[in-house]
Structures are given as C-alpha cells and as structure tokens.
Design a binder for this molecule. Structure first.
Ligand SMILES: Nc1ncnc2c1ncn2[C@@H]1O[C@H](COP(=O)(O)OP(=O)(O)O)[C@@H](O)[C@H]1O
Ligand SMILES: [Mg+2]
Length: 228
C-alpha cells in the first residue's frame, strides 16, 4: 500500500538546511497496525505527515496503492489526502460549537456529500466507537476519552485507506489510554482499519503489531510485537 524508497526531506531554517528524514525506506501493507516511536525531534511527525500527504516537498520515491505519489502539486495532494487518510490528533481537534454529529460529518461534507446523506454514515461510525448516544452533545460535554472516540469516528467515517494518529493517547490518563488502544485494536482486527500511530508510550505501542523506531531522521530498527 505504502512503499517509500530513499526518502530525504529538508527544512530550511534561515540560512540553514536541516536534514530531517534521512534515506527512509519503508513498506506498510493494508490492515497493518504500526507504531512509530523515537525521541522527541527525531522526525516522527515529519515522517507520518509525509506518508499522509500533508507535505509533498521531499526527495525520493513514494508509491501509494501502486501509483507514484510524489511530485504532486498541492491541489492533487489534498485531494489524495481527503479521500485516503483519516487523522487523529493528541488534542482531539474537535470544533467546539459543533455537535458530535456535525464534527464527525465534516470529512464527508468536505468530500462533497450533502448533509442529509451523511447521517447514517455518521451514526454507523459513532456506533463503531461506542458513543452513538452522544450524537447531539457538544465536545465540552464529553470526557477526554469520549472526545478522542469522536475524533476516531471522524477519522473512519469516510472509510479512508488508512488512518494516522499522532500521539493519540498523549493527553489521556493511563486507564483511558488503555480504552482507546483497545478501540484501535478492535478497529484494526474487526473492521480491518489500517493504522499508523506515533507514540512515546511503550504500553500503547504494545497494542500494535509492528514498531518502527526513528532516531535522528533515520529508521533505527523494526520489531514485530506479539499479541497482547
Ligand atoms: N515546519 C518546520 N520547519 C522547520 N523545522 C521543523 C519543522 N517541523 C519540524 N522541524 C524540525 O524537524 C525535526 C523533526 O521534527 P518532528 O518531525 O516534529 O519530530 P518528532 O515528531 O519526532 O518530535 C526537529 O528538529 C524539528 O525542530
Ligand atoms: Mg511529533
């Protein structure tokens, strides 16, 4: 599904060119559940932002679903991103003044669907994450764990090719983190959702089937987990 070869990426800061991704080669297949670990500043977010078509400015080869996904212009990149990727963030990133239902409908509306067409799909996604009864609430009426479930529903509602989660348990206590990781695990196993997750937390990474460790912009090691 994702095949990267010899990816290099640089950030220009003032006169200095910083080498952020160094000769990254990586293959991720459909239905995988992958953790990306490594120290702060090592390039984890840059790597998953590149994989998820947020940033097309890199060198090397990126083939997605068999097609070259590099040298795309911004418009093509955002079209590919909108139909292929669901995003989950550490800080949930829900819209405060929108109901849960409206928040989850957003990717579908961006995709050109009419409001009335979104409702069944939204309720289905909310059922998958176990909070269908909250559809009419506002984000602030929900706990952190419930808000992250809403964000996960928003990520899966459009049936994307894969979802990326950057530190999804970073703002949650350990008991709630376990609930969210159990949810990701169930979505991966039962709904066959492909998940790429950045985490600092070894307990969260242990739910994934595979761990990629990034250090100083390089892939340091790869490990396969046994089921927990
Ligand atoms: N937009 C940017 N402009 C310049 N430098 C950046 C930018 N984003 C990240 N960096 C730098 O790139 C390196 C990797 O950052 P990042 O991918 O965010 O690491 P991580 O997610 O592992 O903490 C860091 O040195 C960071 O300061
Ligand atoms: Mg990061």
């Amino acid at each position: 599904m994702i095949v990267m070869e010899g990816i290099n990426k640089y950030y220009q800061v003032d006169q200095e060119k910083i080498h952020v991704l160094k000769d990254i080669s990586l293959t991720i297949d459909e239905h995988e559940f992958v953790a990306v670990m490594g120290p702060s500043g090592s390039g984890k977010s840059t790597l998953i932002n590149t994989i998820s078509f947020l940033d097309g400015d890199f060198e090397g080869s990126y083939k997605f679903m068999g097609e070259n996904a590099y040298r795309y212009n911004d418009e093509k990149l955002s079209a590919l991103r909108n139909r292929s990727v669901g995003f989950v963030f550490q800080s949930f990133q829900l819209i405060d003044n929108n109901t849960i239902m409206e928040n989850v409908a957003l990717p579908l509306l961006y995709g050109g669907m009419k409001q009335s067409q979104t409702e069944d799909l939204v309720m289905e996604a909310l059922e998958k994450v176990g909070i269908a009864d909250k559809y009419n609430k506002l984000p602030k009426q929900l706990s952190g764990g419930q808000q992250q479930r809403v964000a996960i529903a928003r990520a899966i509602v459009g049936n994307p090719t894969f979802i990326v989660a950057d530190e999804p348990t970073g703002a949650l206590d350990s008991r709630t983190s376990v609930e969210i990781m159990n949810l990701f695990q169930r979505l991966n196993e039962e709904e066959k959702v492909t998940i790429l997750m950045v985490t600092h937390d070894p307990d969260s990474a242990a739910y994934c089937k595979r761990t990629i460790t990034v250090k100083d912009g390089e892939i340091l090691e790869e490990g396969v987990h046994h089921a927990v």
